[in-house]
Design a protein around this ligand. Structure first.
Ligand code: GDP
Length: 313
């Protein structure tokens, strides 16, 4: 029995941590993570989604922000700001150690996936975490102000420019990281975390081989849209700017042809019938992961349901 979770950052990390805690053997979990947000800053390779997932799986995450590390301090950033350097992307003192060591190892020629595996071991993470690819596939956001690099759009411009589309630069020539296709091949369930469909899940699906590996598998998606809004971040705003009214059903429609199972929040129970036309199996439950107990409960329920241990509603 093997489970694969496809994940972005904050929503992905919380759900992956729930799955890790709900599985009898957490080594049966592979989390495949988006790398489209990765960028170079101060000469350092920053991998925001991978780090959020790893910190959360290790219990090192900052519960106040959902990203970065618990007990963080900001002395380096403060000193950079005094010098007039860029401080729009916040790098904490502890977090900097991750970027320094990752960059050093990348520069010595090691692939990202091996570095992540070693970091996970050092942090005591029982699940396996894989970047979807070791290649650079930066997400570009097409906006009404032109094409913006992802972090320029997301953090620097606080996702305010209007979105027209996305481009995953170089995806067509990228190779999945070692282990990704094998994990998908042996998986008896693939779970799409409640991550942003456009900039967290789509860049994973864009790497050649991933979509093909999902064909014929039970694939369950958890809606990141609850009550017509994103729990956090720009997912609902992106739907609107692309001409779609944001809703759980809109997320299901976005994944049409890919998913067999869809999980929507109890707030959106009235959309279950609409969603059932897209995915035959629909679960209505509390999807708000506001505590580790709640993320565990959601993951346990979804796992049992996908494995057919209980009837769909
Ligand atoms: P990012 O890369 O840090 O933006 O993270 P993700 O793409 O993984 O997660 C962002 C998405 O997670 C947003 O669209 C949120 O609506 C969703 N999200 C965050 N927390 C929760 C939660 O507790 N429940 C649900 N259903 N969605 C959530």
């Amino acid at each position: 029995m093997h489970t694969v979770v496809l994940a972005g950052g904050v929503g992905g990390a919380k759900f992956a941590a729930g799955v890790q805690s709900a599985l009898p053997n957490p080594a049966d979990l592979t989390v495949v993570v988006n790398v489209g947000d990765d960028f170079t800053h101060f000469g350092l390779k920053i991998c925001p989604d991978l780090d959020t997932v790893c910190y959360t799986l290790a219990g090192l995450e900052n519960p106040a922000t959902g990203w970065g590390r618990r007990g963080e301090s900001w002395r380096v950033m403060e000193a950079v700001a005094v010098l007039g350097g860029p401080d729009w992307f916040r790098l904490g003192d502890l977090d900097l150690a991750t970027h320094l060591e990752r960059t050093r190892r990348l520069q010595s020629g090691q692939p990202l996936s091996r570095i992540v595996a070693d970091f996970c071991k050092a942090w005591g993470i029982p699940a396996r975490v894989l970047p979807v690819t070791d290649d650079a596939v930066p997400t570009m956001v097409l906006t009404d102000e032109g094409e913006l690099a992802f972090q320029e759009y997301f953090v620097h411009r606080r996702w305010q420019p209007r979105v027209r589309g996305f481009r995953f630069a170089g995806a067509e020539n990228a190779k999945t990281a070692p282990g990704v296709l094998e994990a998908l091949r042996v998986a008896d369930a693939v779970l799409l975390a409640p991550s942003n469909p456009f900039v967290s899940i789509a860049p994973i699906l864009a790497i050649p081989g991933v979509l093909e590996a999902l064909a014929g598998k039970p694939v369950a998606a958890v809606s990141p849209i609850v009550g017509g809004e994103a729990v956090k971040g720009p997912a609902a705003k992106m739907f609107r700017e692309l001409g779609v009214t944001p809703s759980a059903a809109a997320v299901a429609a976005h994944y049409r042809g890919l998913i067999s199972h869809f999980v929507l929040d109890k707030t959106d129970a009235d959309q279950a019938a609409t969603v059932r036309d897209i995915a035959p199996h629909v679960l209505v439950t509390d999807t708000m992961m506001t505590s580790s107990a709640k993320r565990h409960a959601l993951a346990a329920e979804v796992l049992a349901w996908v494995r057919g241990a209980r009837d769909t509603i």
